[in-house]
Design a protein around this ligand. Structure first.
Ligand code: ATP
Ligand code: MG
Length: 324
């Protein structure tokens, strides 16, 4: 596959405004508009571009699996109703399910709480050749745990770990080091924060309440969390300021328009895979000779009247040659 430079430039144009510059100080709301979209881009064209992106993703994933030396971790963070599930569903349509694993993270169990805070995430990391998607992630450890100090207390940290300011600085440092370790070992990290506005969340919650078939998506817990909106914005801004790095940059995906959210998420993933540019493994001379030996053996097994190599015959027929 050849993704033209021009096409990649267009992808760059879409995602560049969404990237959190490493070292910058982020303020939310304000620095990133949840209703942002690329200037002049209409929904109809956006949906077509998403389709193209999905096709590209499927092709890249096939090569990533074949190359089997690098892996991709997609880390999704968002407030409720920002579209995590829908983004995963739309962006990953078309990829081979064998090469993708989606892992959701909820309130930790007693077993998980009796380990260090990164423990439960490590066991779900991708293998080489795979894409793993974290639906929520170790970033909860500086988000929900920061907003609810009782969750930190449940972690039974010794000494200074008990909620003073340093615990967050230490976690940002650990997360950056963890991600550095992953990237140094051949795993790219695609970090997406789906950024929904307070009004759009209110609208989506009401929709889930008003439509009977959407009721299952809503829980009273969601409105309880919404009461902490400002604290969450503060925790997200601090997280963005401290953990967007050169080796693992963070993208803020505007979430108020679902079509643009999906397009932007797909664009960041395509760009990451294009940077890896995975290749089908080259076959060695020896392996090539072995293939030809096997081919001869299989051809000799053809029943009378059947082409020795039906596949080659089909290809030849399709290209209008005689096959000789
Ligand atoms: P959906 O609502 O779309 O089904 P969800 O990811 O919101 O998906 P829920 O079961 O509603 O799933 O919520 C999971 C809850 O687990 C969230 O409130 C989240 O904040 C909480 N959670 C996730 N990780 C942690 C963590 N490390 N510590 C404490 N709470 C966590
Ligand atoms: Mg939820």
């Amino acid at each position: 596959m050849n993704v033209s430079d021009e096409r990649l430039l267009r992808i760059d144009e879409v995602i560049e405004p969404l990237r959190v510059k490493p070292g910058s100080k982020v303020h939310l709301p304000g620095d990133f508009d949840p209703a942002f979209k690329t200037a002049g881009l209409k929904k109809k064209r956006g949906v077509e571009l998403l389709d193209e992106g999905i096709t590209l993703l499927a092709e890249y994933q096939d090569r990533l699996a074949a190359q089997s030396s690098e892996g991709v971790l997609v880390v999704l963070q968002a407030l409720d109703a920002a579209g995590k599930d829908g983004t995963i569903r739309h962006v990953m349509t078309g990829v081979n399910p064998q090469g993708v694993a989606v892992q959701g993270f909820k309130v930790p169990s007693d077993e998980e709480l009796s380990h260090n805070f990164l423990w439960r995430y490590v066991s779900a990391l991708p293998k080489r050749g795979q894409i793993a998607i974290f639906n929520r992630s170790y970033y909860e450890e500086v988000l929900v745990v920061r907003v609810h100090p009782d969750l930190l207390a449940r972690q039974r940290l010794p000494g200074a770990g008990h909620g003073d300011g340093d615990v967050w600085a230490a976690r940002y440092r650990d997360i950056n080091a963890f991600e550095r370790h992953l990237t140094d070992n051949g795993f790219r990290i695609v970090k997406l924060f789906l950024n929904i506005s307070k009004e759009e969340q209110r609208r989506r919650f009401l929709r889930r309440i008003d439509l009977a078939e959407k009721n299952w998506k809503f829980s009273g817990h969601d409105v309880a969390e919404r009461r902490h909106w400002d604290e969450y914005q503060h925790a997200f801004a601090a997280m963005l300021s401290h953990t967007s790095t050169e080796h693992a940059p963070r993208y803020v995906i505007p979430a108020d328009r679902k079509w643009f959210e999906r397009l932007a998420a797909a664009a960041v993933l395509v760009k990451t895979l294009a940077d890896i540019d995975p290749q089908y493994p080259a076959v060695s001379e020896k392996a090539r000779r072995d293939l030809l030996t096997a081919k001869t053996e299989l051809e000799q097994q053809a029943a009378p009247g059947v082409p020795a190599d039906p596949f080659a015959a089909e290809v030849a027929a399709a290209s209008g040659t005689t096959g000789k």
